[in-house]
Design a protein around this ligand. Structure first.
Ligand code: EPU
Length: 339
Protein backbone atom coordinates (compact mmCIF):
# COMPACT_ATOMS: atom_id res chain seq x y z
CA UNK A 1 0.00 0.00 0.00
CA UNK A 2 1.35 3.42 -0.99
CA UNK A 3 -0.14 6.51 0.61
CA UNK A 4 0.20 10.02 -0.81
CA UNK A 5 -1.08 13.11 1.03
CA UNK A 6 -2.22 16.44 -0.47
CA UNK A 7 -1.28 15.74 -4.04
CA UNK A 8 -2.46 17.07 -7.40
CA UNK A 9 -5.03 14.92 -9.18
CA UNK A 10 -3.91 16.10 -12.61
CA UNK A 11 -2.22 12.80 -13.53
CA UNK A 12 -5.25 10.90 -12.22
CA UNK A 13 -7.91 12.25 -14.60
CA UNK A 14 -7.81 12.29 -18.39
CA UNK A 15 -9.53 15.69 -18.42
CA UNK A 16 -6.28 16.96 -16.87
CA UNK A 17 -8.06 18.98 -14.16
CA UNK A 18 -5.54 20.24 -11.65
CA UNK A 19 -7.10 19.94 -8.19
CA UNK A 20 -5.93 18.38 -4.95
CA UNK A 21 -6.81 15.27 -2.97
CA UNK A 22 -6.25 14.93 0.77
CA UNK A 23 -5.15 11.35 0.42
CA UNK A 24 -4.52 8.90 -2.44
CA UNK A 25 -3.99 5.26 -1.57
CA UNK A 26 -2.60 2.78 -4.08
CA UNK A 27 -3.43 -0.83 -3.26
CA UNK A 28 -1.33 -3.50 -4.96
CA UNK A 29 -3.28 -6.59 -3.91
CA UNK A 30 -6.83 -7.59 -2.99
CA UNK A 31 -5.52 -8.47 0.44
CA UNK A 32 -4.31 -4.90 0.96
CA UNK A 33 -7.66 -3.52 -0.20
CA UNK A 34 -9.53 -5.82 2.18
CA UNK A 35 -7.29 -4.86 5.09
CA UNK A 36 -7.86 -1.19 4.29
CA UNK A 37 -11.65 -1.56 4.41
CA UNK A 38 -11.56 -3.66 7.58
CA UNK A 39 -9.18 -1.52 9.61
CA UNK A 40 -8.60 1.96 8.32
CA UNK A 41 -11.38 3.18 6.16
CA UNK A 42 -13.82 4.57 8.77
CA UNK A 43 -11.79 7.69 9.58
CA UNK A 44 -10.86 8.51 6.01
CA UNK A 45 -14.28 9.19 4.45
CA UNK A 46 -15.44 10.19 1.90
CA UNK A 47 -14.05 7.53 -0.37
CA UNK A 48 -13.69 7.55 -4.12
CA UNK A 49 -12.55 4.50 -6.06
CA UNK A 50 -10.61 5.58 -9.10
CA UNK A 51 -9.62 3.46 -12.10
CA UNK A 52 -8.04 5.16 -15.09
CA UNK A 53 -9.83 8.45 -14.33
CA UNK A 54 -11.13 8.52 -17.90
CA UNK A 55 -14.77 9.24 -17.13
CA UNK A 56 -14.59 11.76 -14.33
CA UNK A 57 -14.78 15.52 -13.87
CA UNK A 58 -13.39 16.88 -10.59
CA UNK A 59 -15.10 20.16 -9.68
CA UNK A 60 -13.06 21.00 -6.58
CA UNK A 61 -10.44 19.58 -4.25
CA UNK A 62 -11.36 16.13 -2.96
CA UNK A 63 -11.49 16.19 0.83
CA UNK A 64 -11.29 12.48 1.46
CA UNK A 65 -9.53 9.34 0.32
CA UNK A 66 -9.07 8.20 -3.24
CA UNK A 67 -8.38 4.51 -3.61
CA UNK A 68 -6.55 3.33 -6.73
CA UNK A 69 -6.65 -0.44 -7.23
CA UNK A 70 -3.48 -1.41 -9.06
CA UNK A 71 -3.72 -5.15 -8.83
CA UNK A 72 -4.46 -7.86 -11.23
CA UNK A 73 -3.35 -10.41 -13.70
CA UNK A 74 -5.14 -11.91 -16.66
CA UNK A 75 -6.02 -15.58 -16.23
CA UNK A 76 -7.54 -18.25 -18.40
CA UNK A 77 -10.07 -19.89 -16.09
CA UNK A 78 -11.64 -22.53 -18.37
CA UNK A 79 -11.58 -23.42 -22.01
CA UNK A 80 -13.37 -25.76 -24.38
CA UNK A 81 -13.60 -25.93 -28.19
CA UNK A 82 -16.04 -23.05 -28.47
CA UNK A 83 -15.61 -20.81 -25.45
CA UNK A 84 -13.01 -19.55 -23.08
CA UNK A 85 -13.57 -17.97 -19.71
CA UNK A 86 -10.92 -15.46 -18.74
CA UNK A 87 -10.65 -13.12 -15.79
CA UNK A 88 -8.75 -9.87 -15.35
CA UNK A 89 -7.84 -7.80 -12.29
CA UNK A 90 -9.37 -4.35 -11.83
CA UNK A 91 -6.08 -2.49 -12.18
CA UNK A 92 -5.24 -3.74 -15.67
CA UNK A 93 -5.41 -1.21 -18.47
CA UNK A 94 -8.52 -2.03 -20.52
CA UNK A 95 -6.85 -1.91 -23.91
CA UNK A 96 -4.01 -4.16 -22.75
CA UNK A 97 -6.66 -6.77 -21.96
CA UNK A 98 -8.31 -6.35 -25.38
CA UNK A 99 -4.93 -6.68 -27.10
CA UNK A 100 -4.18 -9.86 -25.14
CA UNK A 101 -7.54 -11.45 -26.11
CA UNK A 102 -7.11 -10.51 -29.79
CA UNK A 103 -3.56 -11.94 -29.91
CA UNK A 104 -4.83 -15.26 -28.55
CA UNK A 105 -7.77 -15.34 -30.98
CA UNK A 106 -10.43 -14.94 -28.28
CA UNK A 107 -13.36 -12.97 -29.68
CA UNK A 108 -15.80 -10.59 -28.02
CA UNK A 109 -13.84 -7.56 -26.88
CA UNK A 110 -12.24 -6.47 -30.18
CA UNK A 111 -14.87 -3.78 -30.93
CA UNK A 112 -14.02 -2.26 -27.55
CA UNK A 113 -10.38 -1.61 -28.52
CA UNK A 114 -8.64 1.54 -27.31
CA UNK A 115 -11.32 2.56 -24.79
CA UNK A 116 -9.36 4.42 -22.10
CA UNK A 117 -9.55 3.30 -18.48
CA UNK A 118 -9.02 0.16 -16.43
CA UNK A 119 -10.77 -3.21 -16.26
CA UNK A 120 -12.45 -2.38 -12.93
CA UNK A 121 -14.45 0.46 -14.46
CA UNK A 122 -15.72 -1.59 -17.42
CA UNK A 123 -18.70 -3.21 -15.63
CA UNK A 124 -19.48 -0.09 -13.59
CA UNK A 125 -19.95 1.95 -16.73
CA UNK A 126 -20.92 -0.93 -19.05
CA UNK A 127 -18.46 0.47 -21.58
CA UNK A 128 -19.53 0.18 -25.19
CA UNK A 129 -18.53 1.06 -28.72
CA UNK A 130 -19.16 0.02 -32.33
CA UNK A 131 -22.29 -1.99 -31.59
CA UNK A 132 -20.92 -3.95 -28.62
CA UNK A 133 -21.30 -3.45 -24.89
CA UNK A 134 -19.11 -5.17 -22.32
CA UNK A 135 -22.23 -6.64 -20.68
CA UNK A 136 -22.45 -9.03 -23.67
CA UNK A 137 -19.30 -10.86 -22.48
CA UNK A 138 -19.24 -10.42 -18.68
CA UNK A 139 -20.32 -13.47 -16.73
CA UNK A 140 -19.57 -12.27 -13.22
CA UNK A 141 -17.80 -9.56 -11.26
CA UNK A 142 -15.82 -10.12 -8.09
CA UNK A 143 -15.96 -7.32 -5.52
CA UNK A 144 -14.96 -6.43 -1.98
CA UNK A 145 -17.51 -4.79 0.29
CA UNK A 146 -16.40 -1.35 1.46
CA UNK A 147 -18.37 -1.84 4.69
CA UNK A 148 -16.59 -4.95 5.98
CA UNK A 149 -14.02 -6.20 3.47
CA UNK A 150 -16.04 -9.32 2.57
CA UNK A 151 -16.03 -10.79 -0.95
CA UNK A 152 -19.17 -10.71 -3.09
CA UNK A 153 -19.72 -11.93 -6.64
CA UNK A 154 -22.28 -10.23 -8.87
CA UNK A 155 -23.68 -12.33 -11.70
CA UNK A 156 -24.38 -10.65 -15.05
CA UNK A 157 -28.08 -10.32 -14.05
CA UNK A 158 -27.21 -8.89 -10.65
CA UNK A 159 -25.10 -6.21 -12.34
CA UNK A 160 -28.38 -4.83 -13.86
CA UNK A 161 -26.55 -3.55 -16.91
CA UNK A 162 -28.05 -0.78 -19.00
CA UNK A 163 -26.75 1.79 -21.47
CA UNK A 164 -23.57 3.11 -19.74
CA UNK A 165 -25.18 1.98 -16.51
CA UNK A 166 -25.12 -0.76 -13.87
CA UNK A 167 -26.05 -1.50 -10.27
CA UNK A 168 -22.65 -0.03 -9.30
CA UNK A 169 -23.82 3.42 -10.41
CA UNK A 170 -27.18 3.12 -8.68
CA UNK A 171 -28.28 1.23 -5.58
CA UNK A 172 -24.81 -0.19 -4.86
CA UNK A 173 -22.92 3.02 -5.66
CA UNK A 174 -19.78 3.41 -3.53
CA UNK A 175 -20.46 0.16 -1.66
CA UNK A 176 -18.19 -2.25 -3.54
CA UNK A 177 -14.72 -2.24 -4.99
CA UNK A 178 -14.58 -4.28 -8.20
CA UNK A 179 -11.50 -6.50 -7.97
CA UNK A 180 -11.80 -8.94 -10.90
CA UNK A 181 -14.02 -9.30 -13.95
CA UNK A 182 -14.85 -12.64 -15.63
CA UNK A 183 -15.54 -12.74 -19.35
CA UNK A 184 -16.85 -15.47 -21.64
CA UNK A 185 -15.20 -15.17 -25.06
CA UNK A 186 -15.49 -17.14 -28.29
CA UNK A 187 -12.81 -19.31 -29.88
CA UNK A 188 -14.37 -19.04 -33.37
CA UNK A 189 -16.01 -15.65 -33.16
CA UNK A 190 -18.49 -14.17 -35.61
CA UNK A 191 -17.34 -10.63 -36.39
CA UNK A 192 -19.77 -7.86 -35.50
CA UNK A 193 -19.45 -5.20 -38.17
CA UNK A 194 -22.92 -3.62 -37.95
CA UNK A 195 -21.73 -0.17 -36.89
CA UNK A 196 -21.57 2.59 -39.55
CA UNK A 197 -18.18 2.65 -41.24
CA UNK A 198 -16.61 -0.35 -39.46
CA UNK A 199 -17.28 -2.81 -42.28
CA UNK A 200 -15.60 -0.58 -44.89
CA UNK A 201 -12.66 0.16 -42.59
CA UNK A 202 -12.12 -3.59 -42.02
CA UNK A 203 -12.40 -4.29 -45.75
CA UNK A 204 -9.55 -1.87 -46.42
CA UNK A 205 -7.37 -4.00 -44.14
CA UNK A 206 -8.37 -7.41 -45.53
CA UNK A 207 -10.34 -10.29 -44.02
CA UNK A 208 -12.60 -9.58 -41.03
CA UNK A 209 -10.44 -11.33 -38.42
CA UNK A 210 -9.99 -10.12 -34.86
CA UNK A 211 -6.72 -8.30 -35.57
CA UNK A 212 -8.20 -6.39 -38.50
CA UNK A 213 -11.32 -5.48 -36.54
CA UNK A 214 -9.17 -4.20 -33.70
CA UNK A 215 -7.02 -2.21 -36.13
CA UNK A 216 -10.12 -0.77 -37.87
CA UNK A 217 -11.70 0.26 -34.54
CA UNK A 218 -8.44 1.92 -33.52
CA UNK A 219 -8.29 3.79 -36.84
CA UNK A 220 -11.87 5.04 -36.49
CA UNK A 221 -11.38 6.07 -32.87
CA UNK A 222 -8.14 7.90 -33.63
CA UNK A 223 -9.78 9.79 -36.49
CA UNK A 224 -12.74 10.96 -34.38
CA UNK A 225 -11.71 11.06 -30.74
CA UNK A 226 -8.98 13.18 -29.17
CA UNK A 227 -6.03 11.49 -27.44
CA UNK A 228 -6.11 12.47 -23.74
CA UNK A 229 -2.30 12.52 -23.78
CA UNK A 230 -2.53 15.41 -26.22
CA UNK A 231 -5.69 17.23 -25.13
CA UNK A 232 -7.62 16.65 -21.91
CA UNK A 233 -11.01 14.94 -22.37
CA UNK A 234 -13.16 12.14 -21.01
CA UNK A 235 -14.64 10.70 -24.21
CA UNK A 236 -18.35 11.31 -24.69
CA UNK A 237 -19.37 13.89 -22.14
CA UNK A 238 -23.11 13.22 -22.55
CA UNK A 239 -25.12 10.07 -23.18
CA UNK A 240 -27.19 9.71 -26.31
CA UNK A 241 -30.67 10.59 -25.01
CA UNK A 242 -33.52 8.10 -25.28
CA UNK A 243 -36.90 9.76 -25.90
CA UNK A 244 -40.41 8.43 -26.42
CA UNK A 245 -41.17 7.22 -29.95
CA UNK A 246 -43.92 9.84 -30.31
CA UNK A 247 -41.55 12.66 -29.30
CA UNK A 248 -38.97 11.38 -31.80
CA UNK A 249 -41.67 11.32 -34.49
CA UNK A 250 -42.46 15.01 -33.84
CA UNK A 251 -38.77 15.93 -33.99
CA UNK A 252 -38.33 13.96 -37.20
CA UNK A 253 -41.12 15.98 -38.88
CA UNK A 254 -39.31 19.20 -38.02
CA UNK A 255 -35.75 17.91 -38.51
CA UNK A 256 -35.77 15.09 -41.09
CA UNK A 257 -31.94 14.85 -40.89
CA UNK A 258 -31.98 13.91 -37.21
CA UNK A 259 -29.92 10.78 -36.46
CA UNK A 260 -31.77 8.17 -34.43
CA UNK A 261 -31.84 4.47 -33.57
CA UNK A 262 -34.48 2.17 -32.12
CA UNK A 263 -33.70 1.54 -28.48
CA UNK A 264 -34.32 -1.84 -26.79
CA UNK A 265 -36.42 0.05 -24.18
CA UNK A 266 -39.02 0.74 -26.88
CA UNK A 267 -38.01 4.40 -27.15
CA UNK A 268 -35.80 6.15 -29.67
CA UNK A 269 -32.15 6.98 -29.08
CA UNK A 270 -31.00 10.27 -30.61
CA UNK A 271 -27.39 11.02 -31.59
CA UNK A 272 -26.43 13.71 -29.07
CA UNK A 273 -23.39 14.66 -31.19
CA UNK A 274 -25.74 15.65 -34.01
CA UNK A 275 -28.02 17.67 -31.70
CA UNK A 276 -25.05 19.54 -30.21
CA UNK A 277 -23.56 20.20 -33.63
CA UNK A 278 -26.89 21.61 -34.88
CA UNK A 279 -26.83 24.07 -31.98
CA UNK A 280 -23.55 25.42 -33.36
CA UNK A 281 -21.21 24.09 -30.68
CA UNK A 282 -18.89 21.88 -32.71
CA UNK A 283 -15.33 23.24 -32.50
CA UNK A 284 -16.43 26.15 -30.29
CA UNK A 285 -14.17 27.31 -27.47
CA UNK A 286 -14.90 29.48 -24.44
CA UNK A 287 -11.80 30.19 -22.38
CA UNK A 288 -10.14 26.87 -21.61
CA UNK A 289 -13.15 24.70 -22.38
CA UNK A 290 -14.25 23.56 -25.81
CA UNK A 291 -16.20 21.14 -27.96
CA UNK A 292 -13.93 18.88 -30.02
CA UNK A 293 -14.01 19.83 -33.68
CA UNK A 294 -14.39 16.25 -34.98
CA UNK A 295 -16.96 14.94 -32.44
CA UNK A 296 -19.42 17.28 -30.76
CA UNK A 297 -20.12 14.81 -27.94
CA UNK A 298 -16.60 15.28 -26.60
CA UNK A 299 -15.65 18.27 -24.45
CA UNK A 300 -12.00 19.20 -24.18
CA UNK A 301 -9.71 21.03 -21.78
CA UNK A 302 -7.44 23.37 -23.72
CA UNK A 303 -4.96 23.39 -20.87
CA UNK A 304 -5.81 25.14 -17.66
CA UNK A 305 -9.57 24.63 -17.40
CA UNK A 306 -11.01 24.13 -13.95
CA UNK A 307 -13.64 21.47 -13.44
CA UNK A 308 -16.18 24.22 -12.78
CA UNK A 309 -15.34 25.85 -16.12
CA UNK A 310 -15.95 22.59 -18.00
CA UNK A 311 -19.12 21.99 -15.99
CA UNK A 312 -20.53 25.49 -16.68
CA UNK A 313 -19.70 25.08 -20.36
CA UNK A 314 -21.55 21.75 -20.44
CA UNK A 315 -24.58 23.41 -18.84
CA UNK A 316 -24.66 25.98 -21.67
CA UNK A 317 -24.70 23.12 -24.18
CA UNK A 318 -27.52 21.37 -22.32
CA UNK A 319 -29.51 24.61 -22.23
CA UNK A 320 -29.25 25.20 -25.96
CA UNK A 321 -30.16 21.59 -26.86
CA UNK A 322 -33.15 21.87 -24.50
CA UNK A 323 -34.19 25.17 -26.10
CA UNK A 324 -33.86 24.03 -29.72
CA UNK A 325 -35.02 20.42 -29.53
CA UNK A 326 -36.79 20.11 -26.14
CA UNK A 327 -34.40 17.24 -25.37
CA UNK A 328 -32.64 16.74 -22.03
CA UNK A 329 -28.99 15.63 -22.19
CA UNK A 330 -27.65 13.59 -19.29
CA UNK A 331 -23.97 13.52 -18.51
CA UNK A 332 -22.07 10.29 -19.08
CA UNK A 333 -19.08 11.64 -17.19
CA UNK A 334 -19.21 11.33 -13.40
CA UNK A 335 -19.07 14.74 -11.75
CA UNK A 336 -17.27 14.71 -8.38
CA UNK A 337 -17.56 17.66 -6.01
CA UNK A 338 -19.99 20.45 -5.29
CA UNK A 339 -21.01 23.00 -7.85
N1 EPU B 1 -22.60 13.00 -35.22
C1 EPU B 1 -22.77 14.26 -35.73
N2 EPU B 1 -21.96 15.25 -35.24
C2 EPU B 1 -21.00 15.01 -34.33
C3 EPU B 1 -20.85 13.73 -33.79
C4 EPU B 1 -21.67 12.73 -34.25
O1 EPU B 1 -23.61 14.50 -36.58
O2 EPU B 1 -20.30 15.98 -33.99
C5 EPU B 1 -23.40 11.91 -35.77
C6 EPU B 1 -22.50 10.96 -36.56
O3 EPU B 1 -22.37 11.37 -37.89
C7 EPU B 1 -23.23 9.64 -36.46
C8 EPU B 1 -23.92 9.73 -35.11
O4 EPU B 1 -23.94 11.10 -34.75
O5 EPU B 1 -24.18 9.51 -37.47
C9 EPU B 1 -23.23 8.91 -34.05
O6 EPU B 1 -21.88 9.35 -33.92
P1 EPU B 1 -20.69 8.35 -33.51
O7 EPU B 1 -20.75 7.13 -34.34
O8 EPU B 1 -19.43 9.12 -33.50
O9 EPU B 1 -21.06 7.86 -32.08
P2 EPU B 1 -21.71 8.58 -30.81
O10 EPU B 1 -23.11 8.13 -30.68
O11 EPU B 1 -21.46 10.04 -30.87
C10 EPU B 1 -21.18 6.59 -29.21
C11 EPU B 1 -20.52 6.38 -27.89
C12 EPU B 1 -19.01 6.38 -28.04
C13 EPU B 1 -18.63 5.26 -29.00
C14 EPU B 1 -19.33 5.51 -30.35
C15 EPU B 1 -19.10 4.40 -31.34
C16 EPU B 1 -22.07 7.29 -26.26
C17 EPU B 1 -22.35 8.36 -25.29
N3 EPU B 1 -20.94 7.41 -26.96
O12 EPU B 1 -20.84 7.92 -29.65
O13 EPU B 1 -18.45 6.06 -26.78
O14 EPU B 1 -17.21 5.23 -29.21
O15 EPU B 1 -20.76 5.60 -30.13
O16 EPU B 1 -19.83 3.29 -30.96
O17 EPU B 1 -22.85 6.35 -26.36
C18 EPU B 1 -17.75 7.09 -24.75
O18 EPU B 1 -18.68 6.50 -24.20
O19 EPU B 1 -16.96 7.84 -24.11
C19 EPU B 1 -17.56 6.93 -26.18
C20 EPU B 1 -16.61 7.58 -26.85
Amino acid sequence: MRIQKNISLKPYNTFGIDCQAHCVIHVKTEKEARAFFMKEFSWKKPLLILGGGSNILFINNFKGTILCPEFGRIRIEKQNKENVIISAGAGINWDKLVEWTVNLGFGGLENLSLIPGNVGAAPVQNIGAYGVEVKDTIIKVRTISVADGSTRFFSNDECKFGYRNSVFKNEEKGKYLVTRVYFSLKINPEPYLGYGSLKEEVKKLGVPNLKNIRKAVINIRQSKLPDPEVIGNAGSFFKNPVVRKSAAGELLKKYPQIIYYDDPSGGTKLAAGWLIEQCGWKGKRIGNAGVYDKQALVLVNYGKATGKEIFDFSEEIRKSVRRKFGVELDREVEVVGTI
